[in-house]
Ligand binder design. Structure first.
Ligand code: UD1
Length: 432
């Protein structure tokens, strides 16, 4: 098992760069399968999830080369209609290949992703969209079997009980690009990652209107071509560094910060008392400029407060005087990090999708267990502020979404290292 060991309690200061966006990259990689020629994607973060998606594309017959943050994908050999369990169980976003498979191969057998640590995550909206476009769907032996004798445009609503779905919107739009006729998707997601995919598809030759709004219209075309594209910076990684600056009462300049996509996070942190300053080539974040005040947060679809920043904000609020409330509306069970933050001295109670956080004067280092990607980021952020030593176990979660996290934090003054031992990563017994 690999662990991250942090000796916390020091303010961070200096410049920290943000990598390309993981959640934007994954659908773009799938979208390259729609092209008749190779695509090149630049500024691709070197992450476990990206490597997993590359393996999924290879398993379908595509050729993928990845070095120095540039990925070249040649879809010429794309002909395999099965995405097996062993691939999909590693990463739910593997389901993004389903839209391109249906559009180009008219058939897809994709393992059902199953649940994950942040709760039940159905794919019913993806399937509903494909059915609306004329695919027959069956579920058998843990697999989704989808077939069509040609997708046709349709008009439908794709929002579910928790609102719009990023994944379903991306997947269904990819399928609609090569369907015959016009597709109108209402209740579409507006997240920047969706907009990035629409831009990518449009460059490939797709005809899409309404990107960034809740109604997307796609006029089907005969074929798409490969393109060259550079991925936007990762707003969640940038937000994680913001909370690291704030919780350590530090002063960071975040380079390549996609501030234009981060209004909800920035304005919430300003409300708490964090000071932001645009310094031209980055965003300066000061956690040492005055007193902090408690706040209330409710996660929501974009442009609301992102669920992917909830855990990191909870870590920060654990050190802010007064009683703060966080309501999680996207994944109501996404609170496994709360109990681990309590091990670091935080005072947090969770009841029915609502966390109540009483700010404490100081956190104290302890061994903790990461349950998912953003939870592990929150534990690292908390460890940076905690006095003494924090050991974050099951750190492989963080490698799914943060490139060179220890190096980036070490370069701005953190005492942080990765250690390995012979314990298996999936050990169920905590090593402490
Ligand atoms: C994406 C992000 C993830 C982020 C999430 C919400 C990627 C790779 N992942 O995940 O980091 O936390 O958006 O911003 O981009 N839902 C259904 N049925 C479906 C699909 C979703 O009910 O078929 C529900 C989900 O359970 C959830 C809500 O819709 O409650 C939003 O999920 P969705 O936007 O689809 O998340 P993902 O695309 O999986």
């Amino acid at each position: 098992m690999q662990r991250i060991v942090i000796n916390g309690g020091k303010p961070l200061s200096g410049r920290v760069p943000v990598s390309g966006s993981k959640n934007a990259t994954l659908p773009l990689m799938a979208a390259t399968l729609l092209g008749r020629s190779p695509s090149v994607i630049r500024n691709v973060p070197d992450l476990r999830d990206v490597q997993t998606m590359a393996d999924v594309l290879r398993s379908l017959g595509a050729t993928v080369d990845f070095s120095e943050h540039t990925m070249r994908i040649d879809p010429a050999g794309f002909s395999n209609t099965e995405a097996p369990y062993d691939m999909v169980r590693k990463m739910r976003a593997s389901i993004y290949v389903m839209g391109p498979m249906l559009a180009r191969l008219r058939e897809a057998k994709v393992s059902l992703p199953g649940g994950c640590a942040i709760g039940s995550r159905p794919v019913d909206l993806h399937l509903k969209g494909f059915q609306e476009l004329g695919a027959d769907i069956a579920l058998e032996h843990g697999y989704i079997l989808a077939k069509t004798n040609g997708l046709r445009g349709a008009e439908f609503n794709l929002s579910g009980a928790a609102g719009s779905s990023v994944g379903a919107t991306c997947n269904v739009v990819m399928a609609a690009c090569l369907a015959s006729g016009t597709t109108v998707i209402r209740g579409a997601a507006c997240e920047p990652d969706v907009v990035e995919l629409m831009d990518f598809l449009t460059k490939m030759g797709a005809r899409i209107e309404g990107s960034g709004t809740s109604t997307i219209t796609v006029q089907g075309v005969e074929s798409l071509e490969g393109i060259v594209h550079s991925v936007v910076s990762d707003r969640i990684e940038a937000g994680t560094f913001m909370t690291a600056a704030a919780i350590t009462r530090g002063d960071l300049i975040i380079e390549n910060c996609p501030s234009m996509h981060m209004e909800a996070t920035i304005s919430k942190m300003q409300e708490i008392g964090v000071v932001f300053e645009d310094v031209g080539d980055g965003l300066r974040v000061r956690g040492n400029a005055g007193d902090f005040r408690r706040t209330d947060i409710q996660t929501a679809t974009y442009p609301g407060f992102p669920t992917d920043m909830q855990a990191q904000l909870m870590a920060f609020l654990a050190t802010v005087p007064g009683t703060s409330i966080i309501k999680e509306t996207i994944y109501v069970d996404r609170f496994l990090h709360a109990a681990e933050l309590v091990r670091l001295g935080a005072s947090i109670r969770v009841l029915s999708g609502i966390a109540t956080i009483e700010g404490v004067e100081r956190l104290s280092g302890a061994p903790v267990m990461a349950s998912d990607l953003r939870a592990s980021a929150a534990l690292v952020v908390a460890g940076l502020a905690a006095e003494g030593t924090t050991i974050v176990n099951r750190v492989y979660h963080i490698d799914r979404g943060y490139e060179s996290i220890e190096k980036k934090l070490r370069d701005v003054g953190a005492t942080i290292a990765r250690v390995s031992d012979n314990e298996p990563d999936d050990a169920t017994t905590p090593p402490f």
